[in-house]
Design a protein around this ligand. Structure first.
Ligand code: SF4
Length: 320
């Protein structure tokens, strides 16, 4: 259940990587947003737009270059040891690749129970067995799967194990980093539906990172669109899909097939000109200007700022 209470506040976040003595990759370049308790914020954009780096910097996996990330008012990058331990319990991550994120040498029981042991959440072996079995059932697996190794499972089942592992410490916030992009299309909807159900049942807050706008629509309360290290549009999910205002969002949405043959027949896809520039050498002014059919001289000189153009609808474009 979404509340008006901010759980994660990101202020002017920058994350740069030094490539060599002359070049710097600006993966996240001055991004600000908030996540409210109980909501799911989807972050979308093409590969290389900075969405994964943004998510990981928000939960302290990466140090920041500049700016600030506050989790329940505490600076994520300035926590002491005790605060950090509590934070790593409250904030869990579900990874893109279930194949490489689970230890192949461990049985499923031990993979799921590891966090419970670290955080002393169970008093006995019997309780641990019971908790692991409960989690397996919650994610749609069987209790007997606990004694198997991960190579015995399909991609979708492995992602279910990854979700059970994340939930084992009873977190309040999930960073879902492209959790479905490595899965077969037929399995993707099952995992999204599972995450939606678990989030509702447990009152979880989450950041759901994806490159597929159509999947994000089903899971997100609000959606942020990133392009080349910047947030270019942020709005409630329904509003963004009904009324996209940034030319980049409009192009992304125009590429999604519509499951109604009559409407699909007339769908006009907006083809973007050119390639995504390198984040080591983004265009001056608006980073999207070399691909935008509506670019003006001003766009090549001055970077647009993300601002509220309609209630709770934020856009970074000089045309708005
Ligand atoms: Fe296009 Fe200019 Fe808007 Fe950038 S600021 S999206 S180049 S119109």
């Amino acid at each position: 259940m979404k509340t008006e209470k901010v759980i994660l506040e990101v202020k002017n976040l920058k994350k740069y990587f030094r490539v060599d003595s002359r070049r710097v990759l600006k993966a996240v370049d001055d991004v600000s947003f908030q996540i409210y308790e109980g909501e799911t914020l989807g972050i979308v954009g093409e590969s290389g737009c900075g969405k994964t780096t943004c998510g990981r910097t928000c939960i302290g996996v990466y140090d920041k270059t500049d700016g600030q990330v506050l989790y329940r008012g505490q600076d994520v990058h300035q926590m002491n040891k005790v605060q950090k331990k509590e934070f790593t319990k409250q904030v869990q991550m579900i990874f893109q690749d279930p194949y490489s994120s689970l230890d192949p040498r461990k049985k499923v029981h031990d993979i799921i129970a590891e966090g419970m042991r670290i955080h002393h959440l169970v008093d006995s072996g019997a309780q641990e067995v019971e908790e692991v079995q409960k989690l397996l059932l919650q994610v749609g697996l069987n209790a007997e799967h606990a004694s198997r190794y991960v190579h015995e499972f399909s991609g979708g089942q492995r992602q279910r194990i990854g979700i059970a592992r994340a939930l084992a410490v009873n977190p309040e916030f999930l960073l879902c980093d492209e959790p479905i992009s490595a899965l077969d299309v037929s399995v993707q909807a099952q995992i999204v539906n599972l995450l939606v159900r678990l989030q509702k049942e447990r009152g979880l807050t989450s950041m759901f990172i994806a490159h597929d706008l159509s999947m994000v629509k089903h899971i997100s309360d609000r959606v942020g669109v990133m392009y080349l290290g910047n947030m270019v549009e942020l709005a409630a999910s329904r509003e963004l899909y009904r009324n996209p205002l940034h030319p980049y969002t409009q192009a992304l949405l125009s590429a999604i097939p519509i499951p109604n043959p009559e409407i699909e027949k007339n769908r006009k896809q907006i083809h973007l000109a050119g390639e995504i520039p390198s984040p080591m050498n983004p265009p001056k002014g608006c980073h999207f200007c070399n691909r935008c059919s509506r670019a003006k001289d001003r766009c090549r000189m001055e970077a647009p700022v993300l601002r509220e153009v309609e209630p709770q609808h934020y856009v970074a474009c000089h045309l708005q």
